[in-house]
Design a protein around this ligand. Structure first.
Ligand SMILES: [Fe+2]
Ligand SMILES: [Fe+2]
Length: 271
């Protein structure tokens, strides 16, 4: 089997499920990975295995594939040489895109939504729930609790990021309170503040903090974080499902608003 090392690891696992089990035994979570870009030969360097473990892994994989261990070409990396974001940073970048979908809807919400109606209060409560579940629990479980915690929290950049998170939580509380008191102007004001805060915060993370972090992370840390991120995703799969469902519903609802500021087909109730 020529060039086996240069075949995508997901394809190798698909054809030889036993290879996935072997990787799992070595705490390598390629089986759960949806990225199709890693080559089999990269598995060892991405996960920064010790030479003895790399040799053992190559021997086991080669036995399943019926090739010589040398053909698997697994090599130990001398250090991170990434020209693109690591897989863990890509996961967080993608989650920012999801959060930005909600943030992108807030100007329309501020303009069109009236908390005096039951349906609009439901929509606003849904937005608050989305932010708390998807941004605060699902995303921050990885970003704050796993990634940031690998670094010195006294560094100013982490203090700024955590302060942003706190301010965002404050704006979300304010949106919730304004919804409860049916104060349309306050709802609009805090939706707008949340929008501006998040746009700037996500840009700081995507453009400055994450690239800096990626240059500090060892390949071993990337591998460990990746496995942990997948575990969190499995534990919180329901949050991801509900969040996506909510986004689609609101995108659709705001798109079909009629000129009177109501969701089409709905009669606003005022209690
Ligand atoms: Fe953040
Ligand atoms: Fe973030």
């Amino acid at each position: 089997m020529p060039d086996i090392g240069h075949r995508p690891v997901v394809e190798v696992i698909e054809n030889h499920p036993r290879v996935g089990e072997i990787l799992r035994d070595h705490d390598i979570a390629c089986v759960d990975c949806t990225e199709a870009s890693c080559m089999l030969k990269d598995v060892v360097s991405i996960h920064n295995l010790e030479p003895e473990q790399a040799e053992e892994l190559a021997r086991q994989v080669a036995a399943v594939l019926g090739v010589d261990p040398d053909e698997v070409e697994m090599e130990v990396s001398s250090g991170p040489t990434r020209s693109e974001p690591s897989p863990v940073i890509r996961i967080l970048n993608d989650e920012h895109l999801t959060i930005r979908r909600l943030v992108g809807l807030t100007p329309a919400m501020a303009e069109q939504v009236d908390p005096a109606t039951v349906s609009d209060r439901d929509l606003l409560h849904g937005a608050v729930e989305f932010i708390r579940a998807y941004a605060d629990r699902y995303h921050h479980a990885k970003e704050e609790e796993e990634l940031f915690s690998l670094f010195d929290q006294n560094l100013e950049i982490f203090q700024v990021m955590r302060l942003d998170h706190e301010m965002a939580r404050g704006e979300v509380r304010a949106i919730e309170e304004a919804t409860e008191s049916q104060d349309r102007a306050a709802v609009a004001e805090h939706l707008s503040a949340y929008h501006d805060l998040l746009e700037e915060h996500i840009s700081k993370e995507d453009d400055v903090l994450y690239p800096w972090i990626d240059r500090q992370l060892t390949d071993h840390q990337v591998g460990t974080l990746f496995a942990r991120f997948r575990q969190i995703e499995n534990e919180m799969a329901e949050i991801r499902r509900r969040s996506e469902e909510f986004l689609q519903k609101v995108e659709q609802a705001l798109a079909v608003r009629d000129g009177a500021g109501r969701v089409s087909g709905q009669t606003p109730k005022t209690n």
